[in-house]
Design a binder for this molecule. Structure first.
Ligand SMILES: Nc1ccn([C@@H]2O[C@H](COP(=O)(O)OP(=O)(O)OP(=O)(O)O)[C@@H](O)[C@H]2O)c(=O)n1
Ligand SMILES: C[C@](O)(CO)[C@H](O)COP(=O)(O)O
Length: 231
């Protein structure tokens, strides 16, 4: 019986968490006695198809080395960069031989295992990449800089891009590197593949896979982590 393929995940964790307004980068804020980063890395590694995690850490980081997870054999540290895309590319460039790669935000500790399995399963049926996403549920307004409404955007087929995002390694490394070299603003891996005219599939995932970004998100993440079994 063939065993399921194993994958490497690049985890960008070199941000400063400005919007969080905390006394440290948000990935080092704690929930139930563990940092958000530890929750995220341990959650990924708990999946049977994840064999290695490459975590991009700020070169000036003062927290990572003191975490027990920093000495795990399945965790490899690289230096992050000025933007998330720089950190992701640094992680991708450290991978020698892999056909596919996942990228997952350190700030997303609430990823459900079966959502990850669903994302991985797409690779077995397609040569294109895919991302976890959740449907927009609110009416979406386009505003101007004065916060006046310009118009209502259609929310048909409108999705929130989440992570993990899952792509052939060579295609992602090439698209991301070329897009960044041309000064294209890249906020997720899919946008680099789209820029390179590649196809990306949306895999519906839970909206509880939040990116801890603002102060109130910490309490929401704590709730989701406490209720993982029932969500
Ligand atoms: N130069 C950067 C910027 C961000 N990230 C990572 O990318 C993920 C998503 O980015 P975001 O939520 O924007 O985190 P921050 O950039 O830290 O937040 P802020 O924009 O509020 O400063 C986070 O895990 C963050 O650590 C990174 O590795 N390198
Ligand atoms: C990658 C991402 O989480 C997908 O929604 C998002 O683009 C990250 O954006 P950020 O501004 O770097 O948090």
């Amino acid at each position: 019986m063939s065993t399921a393929p194993l994958y490497t995940v690049v985890v960008p964790a070199a941000g400063i968490g400005q919007r969080m307004q905390a006394d440290r980068p948000k990935q080092y804020l704690t929930i139930a006695g563990k940092t958000i980063l530890e929750h995220t890395l341990e959650n990924l590694y708990a999946h049977p198809q994840i064999e290695q995690i490459i975590v991009a850490i700020n070169p000036l980081d003062q927290y990572f080395d003191s975490l027990p997870i920093a000495s795990k054999t399945w965790v490899k540290r690289v230096d992050g960069g000025g933007e998330r895309a720089d950190s992701v590319l640094a992680g991708l460039n450290s991978i020698q031989n892999a056909d596919w790669v996942l990228v997952h935000d350190a700030a997303r500790p609430c990823l459900a295992q079966d959502d990850l399995s669903k994302l991985l399963a797409t690779a077995e049926h397609s040569e294109h990449g895919a991302i976890l996403a959740c449907r927009v549920r609110d009416t979406m307004k386009r505003g101007n800089t004065s916060h006046d409404i310009l118009h209502t955007e259609s929310r048909d087929n409108l999705w929130h891009a989440l992570t993990p995002q899952f792509f052939p390694l060579d295609a992602l490394r090439s698209a991301l590197g070329q897009a960044m070299a041309q000064g294209i603003a890249i906020t997720d891996e899919a946008s680099a593949i789209e820029w390179a005219q590649g196809k990306v599939h949306l895999v519906e995932g839970r909206s509880s896979n939040i990116k801890v970004t603002q102060p109130e998100d910490l309490h929401l993440a704590e709730f989701y982590l406490q209720h993982k079994a029932t969500l």
